[in-house]
Design a protein around this ligand. Structure first.
Ligand code: SF4
Ligand code: SF4
Length: 553
C-alpha cells in the first residue's frame, strides 16, 4: 500500500454518470439507480485540501464532462497552477500524440520523500465523447494531463466484483495480497462527495453500498500512511482488484461478478443487472471456473491495459473531428454584426465567414476536417497581409479580403457577448473581440507548432541515445539543415564508436560542451523522462532539451 502523498494522481470523482457502459468499469457505472453530481463547495474543498500535494490533481467520472458545472470546476482546479503554453490552440492532426507529448513536456522531478518523475498540475480522465468536445477549450487551457480513452479500440478491464472470501483466501495470506494491490500501488486515492479515501475504488464502493463515508476533506488528509488507513481497508474485503482473476474487453459491456456480488446488486436493484449484461462466475473449490473467464490476461501495473498509447484514440470513429461548417459571405459596414449573429444562430457549431470575392479552396472542408479543432480558436486570414492559398484559393489575386473559421461555442464570443457582436461592423472588430493568444492564421501556418518542433536550420544538436531513435534524430536534423555536433550514450560498448560522423561519448561529457550545442535531443522513444532528468541533473538547461517524438511528424 502507498500513502496518497506518494501517488502520481489523486482523483476527485465529480460524478458517476457516464455515456458508456464498459465492461467492469472501476466506477461501477450502471449499477447505481441514480448518478451523483458533486456540488461546487465540496469540489472546492477537495481541491483546496490537496494544496501541497506533489502530483496530478485530477477530475474523474464516470464521464466528468457530463457534470453540468464541469467548466466551473475545471477553471477552479486550473487556477491553482501557473498558466502553461497551450499547443492545442492550434489544430491537431495527430491529436493523441500531442496529448502524450504535452504530458511528457510537463514531467518534472518531484521529491516528496520519494524521488519520482511526474506532473504537478491539473488533470482529468475522459472517454472523449460529445461533452469532451464541447469543453475542449477549457480542458486544454488548464490540463497538462489528460487520461484519455475513447474505448473504441479493445481494452481490457478486470472486475472489482469478486471477494477474497469466496476464493477461500485465509486471513494471513490475504493481508499480504491486499497490501500488494496493483491498483492502490499504481493508481490513486480518491475524493467522493462523501469524503476522502486511501483508494479510489474504496470510495466507489462506499458510494454504491451507502457506506459510512470517507475521511473529512480537510487539508493534508492525503499525508496519511498505510498504517493510518484503518477501517477503510474493510472495503478491500469486497473488492477483486488485488486478486488473480481475469479481464474482459470493455466493448462487450458485460460485468463479471461473484455470486455474493450478484446478490448484493440484486438487492440494490442495479440497472445493469436488470439489463442482463452480467456474468456470474462459478467458483469451485476457491477457483474461478475456466468457463467463467472471458479472457485470461494476467493484469498487473507493469503491463499497461492498452498496448500502444495511440490505441486510446480511434480517429476514424471519433466525434472530435468537425465536418459540418455553416458558411456565409458578409459585407462589412452597418448590419455586419447582425448578419454574423444570424450565421452563428444557424450553425450547428462551426462557422466560416468570408468577405465578398473570397473563394475558399475546393478541398477546404476536407483539409479542416482532418484536424481536431479547438472551439476557442479564431482561425483568420487578412488577405491584405497574406497571399497564402492553402485555404483561400484566390488569396494571391486579391489585395483585400478576409476569411474566418470559428466555433459558436468559443469562450471569447461568450465573454464579448452576442449583443455586442450585433454592433460590430468589420472583420477586424471580430478579431479584436477575441482573446489574442487564441488567434491562428488560416494559412499554411494553421498547424504551426507541429512544424515549429522541426529542426532549425543552422542550429547545433547533441543527441543522447544512439539507437534507432538517435538515427531518426540524425535524419531529421540533417533534413532540416541542422548540424549534429555530439552524440552520447550510456552504453559503454558504444563509447568511441562512430555515429554519423561524430564519436559517441559518455553523457557526462555533454556538460563540458554545453555552450557548443543549441539543443539536446533525448533520443529514446520511451525513456525520455529519465534522460531528461539525468540531463537536468548534469546541469543542461531545461530549455535546451527536446525529445524524439517532437521530431517525428
Ligand atoms: S468510460 Fe470509463 S467511467 Fe464510463 S463506463 Fe467506461 S470505464 Fe466506466
Ligand atoms: S483491493 Fe480494492 S479497495 Fe482495496 S486497495 Fe485494492 S483496489 Fe482499493
Amino acid at each position: 500500500m502507498k500513502s496518497p502523498r506518494h501517488m502520481r494522481i489523486i482523483e476527485i470523482d465529480i460524478t458517476n454518470a457516464c455515456d458508456k457502459r464498459c465492461s467492469n468499469c472501476t466506477r461501477l457505472c450502471g449499477h447505481q439507480k441514480k448518478p451523483f453530481f458533486m456540488d461546487f463547495e465540496t469540489f472546492k474543498r477537495a481541491v483546496d485540501s490537496l494544496d501541497g500535494y506533489q502530483g496530478i490533481r485530477s477530475i474523474m467520472g464516470g464521464e466528468p464532462t457530463l457534470h453540468p458545472e464541469f467548466e466551473r470546476f475545471a477553471r477552479y482546479l486550473g487556477s491553482k497552477f501557473p498558466e502553461r503554453d497551450n499547443p492545442y490552440i492550434y489544430p491537431q492532426k495527430d491529436f493523441i500524440r500531442q496529448v502524450h507529448r504535452v504530458e511528457l513536456d510537463n514531467f518534472e522531478m518531484i521529491n516528496d520523500g520519494v524521488e519520482r518523475i511526474d506532473i504537478v498540475g491539473a488533470g482529468m480522465f475522459s472517454n472523449m465523447g460529445a461533452t469532451y468536445k464541447k469543453h475542449y477549450e477549457t480542458i486544454t487551457d488548464v490540463m497538462p494531463f489528460q487520461g484519455l480513452n475513447d474505448h473504441l479500440n479493445p481494452i481490457y478491464h478486470q472486475t472489482a466484483l469478486i471477494t477474497r472470501k469466496e476464493l477461500g483466501i485465509p486471513n494471513d495470506e490475504w493481508v499480504k495480497i491486499r497490501d500488494k494491490c496493483w491498483l492502490q500501488n499504481e493508481w490513486s486515492a480518491g475524493i467522493t462527495p462523501k469524503g476522502a479515501f486511501f483508494c479510489e475504488v474504496a470510495g466507489v464502493l462506499d458510494m454504491l453500498l451507502d457506506g459510512p463515508g470517507g475521511w473529512p476533506i480537510e487539508p493534508g488528509w492525503w499525508k496519511r500512511t498505510p498504517e493510518e488507513f484503518g477501517d477503510q481497508l474493510h472495503w478491500c474485503e469486497l473488492c477483486g482488484f488485488a486478486l488473480e482473476t481475469f479481464t474482459r474487453d470493455s466493448a462487450e459491456e458485460v460485468d463479471d461478478m461473484s455470486p455474493e456480488w450478484y446478490e448484493r446488486l440484486k438487492k440494490l436493484k442495479s440497472p445493469k443487472l436488470a439489463s442482463g449484461r452480467y456474468n456470474v462466475v462459478k467458483i469451485d473449490d476457491g477457483k474461478i471456473a475456466e468457463e467463467s473467464k472471458q479472457e485470461n490476461r494476467h493484469f498487473s501495473a507493469a503491463m499497461p491495459y492498452i498496448e500502444h498509447y495511440e490505441d486510446r484514440f480511434n480517429a476514424l470513429n471519433s466525434v472530435l473531428f468537425t465536418h459540418v461548417f455553416e458558411k456565409a459571405t458578409l459585407d462589412e459596414g452597418d448590419g455586419f454584426g447582425v448578419e454574423l449573429n444570424k450565421v452563428i444562430g444557424r450553425a450547428e457549431d462551426w462557422v466560416v465567414v468570408t468577405a465578398k470575392g473570397v473563394e475558399l479552396a475546393d478541398d477546404f472542408d476536407e483539409q479542416v476536417g482532418a484536424y481536431v479543432l479547438n472551439p476557442g480558436t479564431l482561425h483568420f486570414i487578412d488577405l491584405s497581409k497574406s497571399d497564402d492559398t492553402r485555404f483561400v484559393k484566390n488569396a494571391d489575386k486579391l489585395d483585400y479580403g478576409y476569411a474566418a473559421l470559428f466555433s459558436k461555442n468559443a469562450i471569447s464570443l461568450r465573454e464579448f457577448g452576442f449583443d455586442r457582436i450585433a454592433h460590430i461592423k468589420t472583420f477586424t472588430e471580430l478579431v479584436e473581440a477575441w482573446q489574442p493568444k487564441k488567434i491562428v492564421e488560416l494559412s499554411s501556418k494553421f498547424d504551426e507548432p507541429q512544424r515549429r518542433l522541426n529542426i532549425c536550420k543552422g542550429k547545433k544538436y547533441a543527441i543522447w541515445g544512439t539507437g534507432s531513435a538517435g538515427a531518426a534524430a540524425v535524419d531529421a536534423i540533417q533534413k532540416g539543415g541542422g548540424e549534429v555536433v555530439f552524440a552520447v550514450d550510456k552504453s559503454e560498448a558504444r563509447h568511441g564508436c562512430d555515429f554519423y560522423g561524430v564519436t559517441i561519448a559518455k553523457p557526462d561529457t555533454l556538460i563540458e560542451h554545453v555552450n557548443e550545442f543549441d539543443v539536446m535531443i533525448a533520443a529514446n522513444y520511451t525513456r525520455f523522462p529519465e534522460i531528461r532528468e539525468e540531463a537536468l541533473k548534469l546541469g543542461i538547461p531545461r530549455e535546451k532539451i527536446q525529445y524524439i517524438n517532437s521530431l517525428s511528424e
